[in-house]
Design a protein around this ligand. Structure first.
Ligand code: HEC
Ligand code: HEC
Ligand code: HEC
Length: 655
């Protein structure tokens, strides 16, 4: 009996010893070999195994809401058409009774709306369907569906001497589809700036103007500028590209008939100033860009005031007489009313230098801002009744349309589309995300830098130890769930830390988020799916993409040499997140970086997040390797030819 227990005890001890040994040596060695890390403290089996996106919040079902996007008013002012992108529906409301009469189903995430002159046809851009649908306003049936570029978000109807035209802003393919009628077909596809987002026709229909939301990549490092693209509607060609200097995030554009002006709301860029100076001055502010379409002169006027900011300018409309402009401020829940006569009067008496510097003078707005009207949560798109008496405001996170008397500036009532969704934590979190209520002087919201949860393509100085010396490239929050730790340096272990204490300390300069809103905020961020990639609808890869995939997973170079484990793309960027969530030194340390190693970024949706690397030094995916991988430490790429590198990039764009 005693012998038996001794044997058992010995057997148990050796089993424990063996397990420990295996853990220490075999598994330790396995982890070391597979990860290329010397310090194994942070390297767990789960960095590389059993990772699945199916358990992440964004791949689970979520509630849908009656969220209003684009608006269009019938020529007689009786009907309001409302795109409900989250429902794949168009709502038709009676403006007098303020009741929704009908809802039409339409697939592909309807977003932008326009009507023809008689109000017989409704034109709808389907943001995810990559198409423009033509609906009969009599019964809502689809008369035509025309393919466009990728991510169409806005459309304008124009009449030319040579027939009708539709000008469509394609936000993902960075171009403009000009469609001609009978039957509708694409006449031209001129290139736009980066992320074309809004479009308006000139009063005579001969021109259309497209506002682009992001700054041009080539301008990022020197003098960031977005663009107003002018289209000749007859030929379907771009005829002028006007830079909007140090400004971006234009979500609207509108003609002032009486003055040959095009108006665009803009956000002034001050990304290279340390963000910690928010307490001393401003981080960002909103303005109005005025482009004189005859002379090409462009001016920018402030909409904010020194201690009172109106974040995230979105929709903009001008009354038919050209007397007033209305601008929705999505972050502040305010409509700003600008008297254009008074603005023109100020401009007429200002010196050229005063006009040039106007945007920096935050004492100027009272000269022409005549009212700030409160709205429900997150006012975005606007529409005016044809004679200009009623202003319709899409209160996006309220599921309402607010009706304002545009002359008296009083509330007429609301069209209720849904219940507001207050019992959905994702909806509540989006309200926190889009609200400027939590920042110093209400200057900005999370959305100001992460529009639609994405990124703005800029690099920011979060250090405060000098100007422009430690820039960090902004990151998309689309598909970010499960990719912790966060930040380029990987120092934040969870979204609660990243969005809570860190944000409060660095950015807000006010009280941190209360626990409830913080939890809703992180729930919202986790629900954001990765950005749409360039993968075909059927999920199959093109031949170039398939060749690129083979390169990404290759264990040997093109010339047949074995690639060391730690230099294979898939070692560090392992599917399904394309990151093992560990820090590596890939030879990208810059002169002002205090660290050599950076957290391996996930690559979901990476095709749309240029510029690249932690400081945004690479303008394109190619540049990561052609310019910034001299020693083959970031994958073995020096022996790749142009076609191979191109194939690799084509594959990356499908992730
Ligand atoms: C840094 C990444 C990484 C880490 C950490 C890691 N592995 Fe692996 N493991 C791999 C790779 C790569 C393979 C090769 C097969 C593959 O691609 O799945 C592999 C293979 C395996 C296999 C299959 C047997 C084999 O040799 O092909 C087992 C079992 C395994 N790992 C268990 C573990 C365990 C247990 C841990 C934690 C102690 C762990 N791994 C940690 C990357 C990793
Ligand atoms: C002034 C611009 C700006 C604002 C405002 C802003 N961010 Fe960011 N955000 C950035 C930049 C730049 C980075 C990259 C910084 C880094 O990695 O150190 C970043 C990174 C992040 C990350 C990490 C992503 C990753 O993959 O590691 C999260 C999460 C995030 N922001 C959430 C938020 C939330 C939530 C808010 C609002 C509470 C917010 N951001 C407001 C600019 C901004
Ligand atoms: C040793 C680990 C490692 C290997 C091997 C590796 N990467 Fe990376 N990758 C990283 C790290 C770390 C960064 C961030 C570097 C920085 O920002 O300075 C990065 C950045 C990137 C980025 C930029 C992401 C962004 O958002 O800016 C892309 C794209 C990328 N890698 C693709 C690849 C491809 C393709 C390969 C193979 C040719 C590869 N990587 C090999 C670790 C690795």
């Amino acid at each position: 009996m005693r012998k038996l227990s001794l044997i058992l005890l010995l057997a148990l001890a050796s089993l424990v010893g063996l397990t420990l040994w295996v853990r220490q040596t075999y598994w330790g060695d396995h982890r070391r070999r597979m990860s290329g890390q010397t310090d194994l403290a942070k390297v767990g089996c789960l960095n590389c195994h059993l990772v699945s996106t199916a358990s992440l919040r964004w791949s689970q079902p979520r509630p849908h809401h009656d969220t209003p996007a684009g608006l269009a008013v019938s020529p007689d002012g009786a009907m309001l058409y409302i795109a409900l992108d989250d429902r794949d529906e168009i709502a038709v409301a009676d403006t007098a009774s303020r009741q929704v009469l009908r809802r039409w189903k339409i697939t592909g995430r309807p977003w932008g709306l326009a009507l023809d002159n008689l109000g017989k046809r409704l034109f709808v851009t389907c943001r995810e369907g990559d198409r423009l649908a033509v609906l009969d306003t009599g019964d809502g049936h689809e008369l035509a569906s025309v393919p466009t570029g990728r991510g169409p978000v806005a459309v304008a109807f124009c009449r030319t001497l040579n027939g009708e035209r539709l000008v469509v802003a394609n936000s993902l393919s960075d171009d403009i589809s000009v469609l001609a009628d009978s039957p509708w077909r694409e006449l031209g596809r001129p290139a736009a700036g980066r992320e074309p987002f809004a479009v308006a026709g000139s009063p005579d229909g001969s021109r259309a103007f497209v506002a682009n939301r992001m700054v041009e990549l080539a301008s990022v490092k020197t003098s960031p500028a977005s663009e107003l693209t002018e289209i000749d509607t007859l030929s379907g060609r771009a005829v002028r590209r006007e830079a909007l200097a140090s400004a971006h995030l234009s979500e609207s554009v509108c003609a002032v008939p009486s003055r040959s002006w095009m108006l665009t709301p803009v956000v002034k860029i001050r990304n290279q100033v340390p963000i910690t100076q928010a307490a001393n001055g401003w981080v960002m502010s909103g303005g109005l860009a005025i482009t004189d379409v005859n002379t090409g002169e462009m001016l920018q006027m402030p909409l904010d005031e020194a201690n009172d900011y109106f974040a995230d300018p979105a929709g903009l409309v001008v009354d038919p007489a050209g007397g007033r402009a209305f601008i929705a401020s999505g972050g502040s829940d305010v409509i700003t009313v600008v008297d254009l006569e008074r603005m023109a009067a100020w401009l007429a008496k200002a010196s050229p230098a005063e006009r040039r510097e106007a945007i920096y003078d935050l004492a100027l707005a009272p000269e022409y801002v005549v009212a700030r009207l409160p709205t429900g949560r997150n006012p975005r798109q606007l529409a005016l009744s044809p004679e200009g008496s009623t202003l319709f405001v899409a209160e996006r996170l309220e599921d309402d349309i607010l009706l304002l008397d545009a002359n008296q500036l009083t509330v007429r009532g609301r069209i209720r589309l849904g219940d507001g969704g207050s019992d959905d934590p994702i909806r509540r979190g989006e309200r926190v995300f889009t609200s400027s209520a939590y920042t110093f002087q209400h200057q900005f919201s999370c959305r100001s830098c992460h529009p639609d949860g994405h990124m703005d393509g800029l690099s920011y100085d979060f250090d405060g130890d000098g100007i422009g010396d430690n820039l960090l490239d902004n990151r998309s929050l689309l598909g970010v769930a499960g990719t912790e730790p966060f930040k380029w340096n990987g120092k934040n272990p969870s979204l609660d830390v990243q969005c809570g204490p860190r944000f409060a300390k660095v950015l807000m300069r006010t009280e941190p988020f209360p626990p409830g809103p913080l939890q809703d905020l992180t729930t919202f961020i986790k629900s954001l799916p990765p950005a749409r990639s360039a993968r075909r609808g059927d999920g199959k890869l093109t031949t170039a993409q398939a060749r690129g995939k083979a390169i990404f997973f290759a264990t040997r170079t093109a010339s047949g040499k074995e690639i060391p484990h730690e230099r294979r793309c898939s070692t560090c960027h392992r599917p399904p997140l394309y990151s093992v969530r560990l820090p590596f030194d890939v030879g990208t340390q810059g002169t002002s970086d205090t660290t050599k190693a950076f957290d391996t970024p996930h690559l979901l949706g990476v095709g749309g997040t240029a510029p690249y690397l932690h400081d945004g030094r690479a303008q394109s995916l190619e540049e990561i390797w052609t310019l910034y991988n001299p020693d083959d430490r970031h994958g073995v790429t020096s022996d790749m030819n142009k076609i191979q590198l191109n194939d690799l990039v084509e594959f990356l764009k499908t992730l």
